[in-house]
Design a protein around this ligand. Structure first.
Ligand SMILES: [Cu+2]
Length: 500
């Protein structure tokens, strides 16, 4: 506040001084004659021009030198991607030529202003046209521009190339939204699932993933970008509302995120976060504490993180579109990616808005088969007959009926596979009920249910001689019938391995 007042005060004073000088000059002119005063002003003005030129150039070169280790492309900030150094070198070549032009034109500008100031008895020469001059200042920039543009085109084609057929790479996706980046990883199948903007629903389905597409089932939405070093990455870039820009400054990656027009960028990170920190550590600038007010805080190099920023001014929360990027070893990446839960399984599965809640997913089917096979293996190696009993947890009947529900077939098919694998195995299929209702009715229901399973298995080609079906009704409870939970455990279908 007080600084502001001082600045305003200074400005007012400067205006007053300028006005006063003007008045004095007017007065002096009247005394000494207009012309003389004009020449004197020209001389003083010209000298100021030279002084300004010197100060200006010194400041430019000093600041470039002084801050170079903070700038991308200089000091520790080599590109952290395979194409990064090529872009930096292009920048430097361009800077070299434009730097020469910058210095020469500024010297010429201010020097001429001094040299050709209005002087007594000197009249300007009139040059209407000069062919030599025209040719030189057209040809020279043209040649330099050609060189820059051709090199730029070659680099552009290399940097912007998409992945080639059969090439190994991983694909992730970044979607810009006011004001955050939504990241998506493909999961174990390596494939990103389909999206449809009509399916977007905040909270439930932020990206509009089509849950009927199996490729979406394992897609993860991590909070940070974590990538293995030296692996080619293709980033799909989209936006949901306005223009954003996917910017990874340390990797020299920048691509617009445009609603309705998917873009991409392919790059290969070549330096882990830790390696970059070690680079920074060599420079005194990065030995300073991270928090300037706390000298005991960690040095800057140690807290360094790569970042993803939005490089398009997209609204008032634009600044908050920042995410951390970590580049790690292949091994560390493997560990991290295993911890990332599929968005569908942790946020959608089984909820009211899950369009597949009545359906068994491949991943669940695989899991159940694994569980089933391992309990069969356990039973096969068990000694006691009661340890050879395996519950068919996922065999369901319609209430009060012996009709198998559709979802039972997965578990029964697992049993068929086991019986085919062990051709000498014989089993007893047993039905059990809780104690609700009439005991005789329960007995008969359990018998028909066991028979249903028997029929299913023989229908799949298992010889009837290897199977017995028996109903036990409520006679063999495994838990109390006093609680709902216990009753549910007692209503069961199981099979016992008799010979193997
Ligand atoms: Cu943005």
């Amino acid at each position: 506040m007080s600084t502001g007042l001082i600045i305003i005060g200074c400005l007012i004073l400067i205006v007053i001084i300028v006005v006063q000088i003007g008045k004095v000059t007017d007065l002096a002119a009247k005394i000494r004659g207009e012309k003389e005063v004009q020449y004197e002003t020209n001389r003083r003005g010209g000298s100021f021009m030279l002084l300004f030129l010197a100060g200006f150039l010194v400041l430019i070169f000093w600041s470039a030198w002084h801050y170079k280790n903070w700038m991308l492309g200089y000091g520790p900030h080599h590109g952290a991607s395979a194409h990064g150094d090529e872009l930096d070198s292009m920048f430097n070549v361009t800077l070299f030529f434009t730097g020469i032009v910058f210095v020469v034109t500024h010297i010429a500008l201010f020097w001429f202003a001094y040299k050709y100031r209005g002087r007594k008895g000197v009249i300007a020469t009139f040059i209407p046209h000069d062919n030599k001059l025209e040719i030189i200042w057209t040809a020279l920039p043209a040649i330099v521009m050609c060189f820059l543009v051709i090199r730029g085109l070659v680099a552009w084609n290399a940097v912007m190339a998409d992945t080639a057929e059969g090439e190994e790479f991983m694909e992730i996706e970044a979607t810009g939204q006011q004001y955050q980046w939504l990241l998506r990883y493909p999961g174990p199948d390596g494939k990103l699932g389909a999206r449809n903007f009509r399916l977007i629903k905040p909270g439930e389905n932020p990206l509009g993933q089509d849950w009927m597409d199996d490729k979406n089932m394992d897609d993860q939405m991590p909070t940070d970008i974590v990538l293995p070093v030296n692996k080619k990455v293709r980033v799909r870039i989209t936006a949901m509302d306005v223009l954003h820009s996917f910017f990874l400054p340390h990797f020299r990656v920048k691509m617009d995120a445009v609603p309705g027009m998917p873009t991409y960028f392919v790059f290969t990170p070549t330096k882990t976060t830790e390696e970059y920190r070690q680079e920074l550590k060599k420079y005194p600038e990065y030995q300073q504490p991270t928090d300037p007010n706390d000298p005991a805080s960690e040095p800057l190099w140690k807290t360094f993180e790569y970042e993803l920023a939005c490089a398009e001014l997209c609204g008032k929360g634009h600044f908050s579109m920042r995410k951390l990027v970590r580049i790690v070893s292949e091994e560390e990446y493997g560990k991290w990616i295993k911890e990332q839960q599929p968005f569908y399984l942790s946020n959608v599965r089984g909820k009211d808005f899950d369009p597949r809640k009545d359906e068994l997913l491949d991943v669940e089917i695989r899991q159940r088969k694994q569980d089933f096979d391992s309990s069969v293996d356990k039973a096969l190696s068990a000694a006691k007959p009661e340890e050879k009993i395996i519950r068919l947890d996922h065999v369901y009947f319609e209430t009060g009926s012996a009709k198998l529900s559709d979802l039972s077939k997965y578990e029964l098919d697992n049993l068929v596979a086991v019986l085919n694998k062990y051709p000498k195995m014989t089993v007893e299929v047993a039905g059990h009920t809780d104690n609700v209702g009439d005991a005789a009715a329960n007995l008969s229901l359990s018998q028909t249910r066991a028979k249903s399973v028997y029929d299913y298995l023989t229908g799949k080609g298992i010889a009837g001689t290897r199977l017995t079906a028996r109903g036990y009704g409520q006679s063999k409870p495994v838990d109390t019938n006093d609680t709902e939970e216990g009753k549910a455990k007692n209503r069961r279908t199981e099979f016992q391995i008799l010979t193997q």
